[in-house]
Design a protein around this ligand. Structure first.
Ligand code: DHB
Ligand code: FE
Length: 279
């Protein structure tokens, strides 16, 4: 049966792609952010994953407001990046792991999760840039990918508790996959940020740090909040932290923190990175 090694959760911001493209990793603005990744990459070198299951929120590239699934699972042979209008370099296509995709879909539908299945899917900065941070400068990705998209864009959103349960169900499904492949779960989004409206620029460091702590000691802590509460606490885009909850749900009870980084701001976002290992 397949094995979940652990998880990596990280913020995503299109400007990261511009910084990578221009080689700004040592620039004083960017260094505290990029310095969060070498320890994670060292852990990945020992973890040797074959597949990554990536929770992220699409931002209008693959799904627009006319058709917005609450939960969508990719089941494509490959996932292409496309120009989403930020001027960031387009990355090579990501190879899919269709056997795991269909196993996840069957398991989740079997557990009464109503999904959208995508046999074609474009992936935006929320998937591509974390991958570029984890495997920099690659022409051919060393892992296969199963994308899982959670709506954080259009009201109404799934509750934090529901998203955590989705993560738990995905954890069960991965562990029941008849394969000896090694799986890392990745979640991208958050932490606190708000890009629009009267509170544009809003960041809540206290909440973010409590949230990161909770993922180790009390992982369902944030599920007690409603979506409204979480938007108030973390901003209209801070709600992307739902991806961290889904990811944590997949890991099970026994975990150990490998590494953590937190830096304010990157673009308009409180940028967090965390690697957790299953014990
Ligand atoms: C920014 C943050 C995001 O989560 C995103 O999807 C786009 C932009 C930002 O801070 O610039
Ligand atoms: Fe985003």
């Amino acid at each position: 049966m397949a094995h979940i090694i652990g998880s990596i959760t990280t913020s995503h911001v299109p400007a990261i792609g511009g910084a990578i493209g221009r080689g700004l990793q040592q620039d004083p603005y960017w260094k505290p952010f990029f310095d969060g990744y070498p320890p994670v990459r060292r852990w990945l070198e020992t973890a040797r994953p074959d597949v990554v299951v990536v929770f992220y929120n699409d931002h209008g590239l693959n799904f627009f407001l006319d058709k917005m699934p609450t939960f969508a699972v990719g089941a494509a042979p490959e996932y292409r990046n496309a120009d989403e209008g930020w001027g960031i370099p387009v990355l090579p296509p990501f190879p899919g792991e269709q056997d795991l995709s269909w196993h996840l879909i069957e398991s989740l539908v079997g557990e009464d999760f109503d999904l959208t299945t995508c046999q074609e899917m474009l992936v935006d900065h929320a998937l591509t840039l974390p991958m570029a941070l984890l495997w920099p400068g690659t022409d051919a990705w060393p892992v296969k990918v199963v994308p899982v998209v959670i709506n954080t864009v259009q009201y109404p959103l799934p509750s934090a508790a529901r998203v955590y349960k989705l993560g738990e169900a995905i954890g069960r499904a991965i562990r029941s996959w008849d394969s000896d492949q090694r799986v890392v779960v990745v979640g991208t989004g958050g932490l606190s940020h708000q890009l629009d409206g009267e509170r544009a620029g809003f960041i809540n460091k206290d909440f973010d740090l409590k949230f990161m702590d909770s993922l180790i000691g009390d992982p369902t802590w944030a599920t007690k909040y409603s979506i409204r509460d979480l938007v108030e606490l973390t901003g209209t885009q801070g709600i992307e932290l739902l991806m961290w909850l889904a990811t944590r749900g997949a890991l099970g009870d026994k975990v150990r923190q490998v590494h953590r980084n937190y830096h304010i701001p990157i673009s308009n976002t409180a940028a967090g990175t965390m690697a957790i290992e299953c014990r």
